[in-house]
Design a protein around this ligand. Sequence first.
Ligand code: AMP
Ligand code: TRP
Length: 328
Amino acid sequence: MPKLFSGIQPTGDLHLGNYFGAITNWVDLQEEHDTVYSIVDLHAITSEYDPETLRESAVDLATDLIASGIDPEESILFIQSEVREHVELQWIFNTVTSYGDLTRMTQFKDKSEDRDFVSAGLFDYPVLQAADILLYKASRVPVGEDQIQHVELTRRIARKFNSRFGEFFPEPEPIVGKAARIMSTADPERKMSKSAHDKHAIGLMEDEDSIWEKIKSAVTDPGKAQGDEMSPGVANLFTLLELTAPESTIEDFREDHREGNLMYIDLKEAVYENLMSEIRPVQKKKKELMKNRSHVEDLLEEGKRKAKEIASGNMEEVRRMVGVGPKS
Ligand code: AMP
Ligand code: TRP
């Protein structure tokens, strides 16, 4: 089976953008791939964070991932910093990464824009990402649109390493899920995001009343209706409906919209009902898992063991090729 790697940062609570844009895709891909999923805490520390709660956030995120359907029997699920080879490979990759390529990363430009302090770690972040992927020799990487550039850089790093030291790493391809962009219900011109204010994200684990409040007050047609075109807010509600409702329901609402009979409150109710039927079981599973946190810790320990086994074998080979030690 093809090898697949992806990572997610333990910052903030998961929202519907993460769930539909990344996690459901991760879950589906488990069947036909050897999947390795990592909670990338070393990436999270490149931005403001609280050292007191980082570990707890990582375990919380693992709980959410398992509740969402990541199966630790089928996938390797682990915390990045527990497998130290990631950082060792990053350093070696630093020597085959073009400085010019790094300066062209748009995410770095965006993230560094309004900061007083921009760390070298933030600049070097994509090289750690390349090390994450290639340490497991993964050839596929499910990500959102914003990460495609980092996967392309990973390919360039693999190519450079292979030409300098000998054929070893695959050149991985990104896999972009079908819900590449879920927008904020409060402002459908911007992406739903963790860092933004609470009202711009609907949490996967948020309580039902609060989710209904956000959907009920979702922006639909700001200003006047735009002829046949769907406003961004209505389009976003349709996106959520398409992700959760049966085809016949979706078709009925599309028809109402075409004919100009669509009542937005009906659409919102349908979005809410179908969304809750999808995520209610996830919320329930999370509650069960929370009762026994040490079980999740045990699963992560097992994930670390499996990840480490692959990582240490590959790293041994890399050291030999590059001419550095220790041998094992
Ligand atoms: P982030 O929250 O930016 O760390 O992203 C974690 C994962 O969720 C990445 O794969 C993102 O591409 C995906 N993601 C984040 N926000 C959205 C969104 N609004 N719509 C779709 N996918 C998203
Ligand atoms: N940079 C990714 C993000 O912000 C997270 C990430 C770290 C990742 N390492 C990775 C994604 C390796 C895919 C593969 O979403």
